[in-house]
Design a protein around this ligand. Structure first.
Ligand SMILES: [Zn+2]
Length: 146
């Protein structure tokens, strides 16, 4: 069975996506190439979401910088935290990455978008649900959020 050209090009784009940003322009900011690091840490939209989250827990100084890579930022930031908060921080990062990915897909596939603040509120709501379901490692940070 032959694959038509548009389908073939979509497959090539999907296959190349994690390796170099050949997908296109960021669905979150419509400005820069959509690489993994851009989507999860460096994008202006993403950094605003991180800032809202980290400000809510008193750690706004740890907001990723524009040239940040996810792995370096995550490792450096968790090292800057007291060891008792590291597991909680890891959970917050995982939750946020998941929500950022869902927001990206919502924009690409449903043509709907949220503001950084709306996404922050949604992440906070999701964190509360995770804590309610027994995901206690998140509660150490979010216990202080009003
Ligand atoms: Zn962007």
């Amino acid at each position: 069975m032959a694959i038509n050209r548009p389908a073939q090009s979509q497959i090539l784009l999907l296959a190349s996506y994690p390796y170099g940003g050949l997908w296109a322009v960021s669905a979150l900011c419509d400005q820069d190439d959509e690489t993994t690091d851009h989507l999860l840490t460096a994008c202006v939209f993403v950094r605003e979401v991180w800032h809202c989250l980290l400000r809510a827990v008193g750690l706004q100084q740890l907001t990723p910088q524009q040239n940040a890579t996810l792995s370096e930022w995550w490792q450096q930031t968790r090292q800057a935290l007291p060891s008792t908060f590291r597991r909680c921080f890891d959970s917050l990062v995982l939750l946020t990455l998941w929500m950022l990915w869902k927001e990206r897909n919502r924009r690409v596939f449903e043509a709907m978008s949220r503001t950084p603040h709306q996404l922050f509120l949604l992440i906070k709501e999701e964190a509360d649900a995770w804590i309610g379901a027994g995901f206690n490692s998140l509660s150490a940070l979010f216990a202080h959020v009003a």
